[in-house]
Structure formats: C-alpha cells, structure tokens
Design a protein around this ligand. Structure first.
Ligand code: FES
Length: 330
C-alpha cells in the first residue's frame, strides 16, 4: 500500500505494518514518542483511504479526533492506499532506521525484588544507540510494549532490557511468568530520541526511576567509553524504599566510577531510607546542582509521575530544551 503525505512529494510503502514503523523504516521524520499508543504524538489526519486498528481503537483518541478523522500512526495499519496529512520534522528522522526481527531470550537476571534483566539474542544486525528503546511483541498480548535497552548496541545481536514487574500488567506478567529462556519473541526497533549525544563540553545528569533504570544504565555504559574532555557524569536513582535501590552495581565496574562518574539515590518512603536522600529524585537533583543545572545535559527516564516532576523542574530551572533528552510514554 502506498501512503502519500498531502502537500508534499513524500510517499512511502507500507505492507502489513503500522504506519509509524513503515515511515520510520523509510527514514522519514514522522513525529512520535512512545511508539505504543499512549502519548498521542503520532496523530495524523486521514484524508483518503481506509485503516484498521488490529488491537482496537486507542482509548486516548477523543471525539474531536474522530470528528477530524485523526488517528494514531503507531497503532493503525492501512487497508488501502492512503493520503494523510501530517507535518514531518527532521528531528524525528531515525538515527538508525528501525526494523522488526525475531529474538531469543537467553537469560533472566534479577536486579531488584521487582526489576529483572531480560537478555535477548537476535540474528539481525540491527544497530541501536545507548538510551533507545524497542517494542516487544509478546505471545498472547495484544499490541507491543516499549522497553529500553540497558546495553549500548556495541555487542552485535544483543538486546538487553531491565524491566519492572507491574502487578496486573498483562505484558509484564507474561514476560515474567510465561516467556521461557530459549523462547522467541519479536522485537521492533530501535526507537526514541533520548539517546546519548556524547560529551558536549557539559557535565551530564542521568535521572532514573523504575524501569527507567535501563536506558540510564545504557547511557552510563556508553559514557564510560566515550571521548571525554573533563566532564562529570551524575547518576541519580529514585525509588520508594531501600528494597528498590538499584543502579550503583552497574556503575562500579565502569571506567571513571568514583572519579568522574557519581551515583546517589533518593527514596520517597516515610520509613528508613538509610543514608540516602529522603524525598523525590527530582528534588535530589535540584538540591545537588541548583542553578548549575542550566549548564548541564540532562537525560531522564522513569514512571509518569517522575517524568512529569522532571519536566516541571526543567521548566522552572529554565534548562535549555536542546540540553534535555527523554522519551515521553505518558
Ligand atoms: S501514541 Fe503513537 S507514538 Fe505515542
């Protein structure tokens, strides 16, 4: 099926695939963030032709969207040639053109009481960058789930993910309870713009909470081997209680840890938090760096509440947007 972007000479082919994936696979700058139906950033207007939602109409589409024939490119597939209206932006053009490929689960390693590292091997030579994410298609789970890699893309055919178990979350329950070592799933990726830009003459702040550990560990690992000109890396992890603490064990083996790479955690529980900062991780970041944050590169990943708090702090501190990198999944 051919998809033509109205008002431009851009057109791309889309077989039995989601429109967003096909567009990014062609290297086009189709706007998106989550890739999984929750942020709404991939909305487009359908001018002509028909589409289907294989897993049902996304709940975030409003009556206004329906009235204007607006759809989510990450959730629908064409059933005819289409003419669509969407503004393409060069900043969304993929760093590595994504593809979909099978991957075999080779190991599962506990990180905390509810975060585990799932390691996959694939036959595909698909590159990715530190901090990017993939969509995992799980047997019996409608739709795909977005998870970030914790490795750096330098080991050929290895895609590792640190994933938090969400009770009652169908995808995470399936992944934790049903998918066995040796089993094959499908990965699609890489996606995301929260990837490591290398050292740019500014100190780097990495802020993680929950499964957001994974992309921040990936970036710390990439930073450890990147060309550096005296910059420091500050890694912050936010959790509730002492049982949630994570991250430092991945940093200690890295070049520079304890010298120019640092770790601290914030715990928000009212109970014992040991010697760690008591409160939310964005407050720890603010109290540690204050106004100097405006001169730093900031990366973050975590649950919606943490993400919203980080966005608020970044606005309040007036950190320039070209120094802030994240993917919004909410
Ligand atoms: S809803 Fe499609 S990219 Fe987020």
């Amino acid at each position: 099926m051919k998809i033509s972007v109205q008002g431009s000479d851009t057109a791309f082919e889309c077989g039995d695939d989601y429109i967003l994936r096909a567009a990014l696979g062609e290297g086009l700058g189709f706007p998106y963030e989550c890739g999984s139906g929750s942020c709404g950033n991939c909305r487009f207007e359908l001018i002509e032709g028909d589409i289907i939602y294989p897993h049902g109409t996304p709940s975030i589409l409003t009556e206004k969207d329906a009235a204007r024939n607006r759809h989510l490119a990450c959730q629908c597939k064409p059933t005819t040639d289409l003419s669509i209206k969407v503004r393409l932006f060069s900043e969304y053009a993929p760093l590595h053109q994504p593809s979909t490929f099978p991957a075999t689960l080779t190991d599962v390693i506990p990180v905390t009481h509810d975060i585990y590292e799932f390691q996959f091997e694939t036959d595909a030579e698909q590159p990715f960058s530190a901090g990017q994410y993939a969509l995992i298609e799980l047997p019996g789970v409608p739709g795909d789930r977005a998870y970030s890699m914790c490795n750096t893309g330098t080991e050929a055919r290895r895609w590792d993910f640190q994933i938090k178990k969400v009770p009652n979350g169908k995808a995470s329950v399936t992944l934790f309870d049903d998918v066995q070592v040796g089993q094959q799933v499908h990965l699609s990726g890489p996606y995301g713009r929260g990837y490591f830009r290398g050292f740019r003459g500014r100190d780097v702040v990495l802020v993680a909470g929950g499964s957001g550990l994974s992309p921040m560990v990936s970036i710390a690992r990439a930073a450890a081997t990147a060309a550096r000109h005296g910059e420091q890396v500050f890694f912050y992890y936010g959790g509730r209680g002492l049982v949630d603490l994570a991250g430092e064990a991945f940093l200690t083996p890295l070049e520079g840890y304890g010298d120019w790479m640092h770790y601290a955690a914030a715990l928000s529980d009212s109970g014992d938090t040991g010697s760690h900062f008591k409160g939310f991780v964005h407050d720890l970041v603010k109290s540690a760096h204050g106004d100097t944050l405006t001169g730093m590169d900031v990366y973050f990943a975590g649950p919606p509440l943490m993400g919203a708090a980080m966005e608020g702090m970044i606005r309040e501190m007036k950190i320039p947007s070209d120094q802030v990198f994240y993917d919004r999944f909410y």
